[in-house]
Design a protein around this ligand. Structure first.
Ligand code: TRP
Length: 327
């Protein structure tokens, strides 16, 4: 059974792309060997308002539980609740080089044009490596933009193992299936992503059904009037892909269904399909939001399970490196 670990930042609002591409799949495939970490220590690599950070951490936990992650099956926890993350990160920082961290594309993008960036933003991928290696993960489900960080994790693990003896499992990135890519409704050649500035192009999990409907009705379509997938019809193709993803129908069947109908009818049906798809998770979220004690209890339980695994790895690391054992 493969050990799986993934991390998600409590920053920005979750959107349909996060849900279709990652979270819904985590829930569907969850196993006792799967770990999901809300990475609040990564969030503070850029300035955060404390109350806002606290709020978004609980909020993200609610969404993950609403999506169906079950604390009795998998392990869902908050990164800062398990002190070993920061501790292993330090040890790994002493194995990583300035050169390799300087080559990280995400760092280059996030620091470009900034007068001053935190050291934490630079060492961010090492903390991510610690998240992964503490749990001896085999697989790391991530978006394509995180592949380089998982490669770095492998390199650091390999280097540590060579220098100090076999300690860490070498992980590999697993990317979402092709059908799980949701495109922006306005910028039709871009993925729906936090990093893309396109408020009208992203369907948020936390918005109302009316807002979702409005965004779909205003989605960019193409010239012509036919509803069919084609290279010269990227807007319509994206909406067909979206409807296929949320209904589980194939594109050809959808094209046949919309034969003779115009864009207006088409979009109304897409909007309804998206709302119907999100309705259960939105309503469970609303319930959980009123029950902070239950959310807290879930996270406490998750931290306990995570800590047991992390502590064991960290003990081995201290021993290998020559740090005296804790009494
Ligand atoms: N850096 C990841 C992102 O921005 C989040 C993350 C932190 C992560 N730690 C992780 C992802 C460990 C996978 C495994 O999406």
């Amino acid at each position: 059974m493969a050990r799986v670990l993934s991390g998600i930042q409590p920053s920005g609002d979750l959107h349909l792309g996060n849900y279709v591409g990652a979270i819904s799949r985590w829930a569907r495939e969850q196993q006792p060997e799967h770990f999901f970490c809300i990475v609040n220590l990564h969030a503070i690599t850029v300035p955060q308002d404390p109350a806002g950070l606290r709020e978004r951490t609980v909020d993200l936990a609610c969404w993950l539980l609403a999506a169906g992650l079950d604390p009795d099956v998998c392990t869902l926890f908050v990164q800062s609740h398990v002190a070993e993350h920061a501790e292993l990160s330090w040890v790994l920082e002493c194995t990583a080089t300035m050169g390799e961290l300087g080559r990280m594309v995400q760092f280059k993008e996030k620091s470009a044009g900034k007068e001053s960036v935190s050291v934490g933003l630079f060492t961010y991928p090492v903390l991510q490596a610690a998240d992964i290696l503490l749990y001896q993960a085999d697989e790391v489900p991530v978006g394509a933009d995180q592949r380089q960080h998982v490669e770095l994790t492998r390199d650091l693990a390999q280097r540590f193992n060579t220098r100090f003896g076999d300690t860490f499992t070498l992980p590999r990135a697993t990317l979402p299936e092709a059908g799980a890519r949701v495109m922006d409704l306005q910028l039709v050649d871009k993925r729906m992503a936090k990093s893309v500035e396109s408020p009208q192009g992203k369907i948020l999990l936390g918005e109302s059904e009316d807002e979702t409907r409005r965004k779909v009705m205003r989605a960019v379509t193409d010239s012509g009037a036919e509803v069919r997938a084609a290279a010269d019809k990227p807007g319509v193709s994206n909406l067909l892909d979206l409807m296929a993803a949320v209904t589980g129908t194939d594109i050809a069947a959808l094209e046949a269904h919309f034969d003779g109908k115009g864009y207006g009818d088409f979009k109304r049906e897409v909007a309804e399909a998206v709302n119907a798809y999100l309705r259960p998770v939105r309503s469970r979220y609303a319930e959980l939001r009123t029950d902070p004690a239950m959310v807290e209890e879930s996270l406490r339980k998750g931290a306990g399970k995570a800590r047991a695994v992390a502590a064991e790895t960290m003990e081995a690391v201290r021993d290998r490196v020559g740090l005296l054992p804790r009494a």
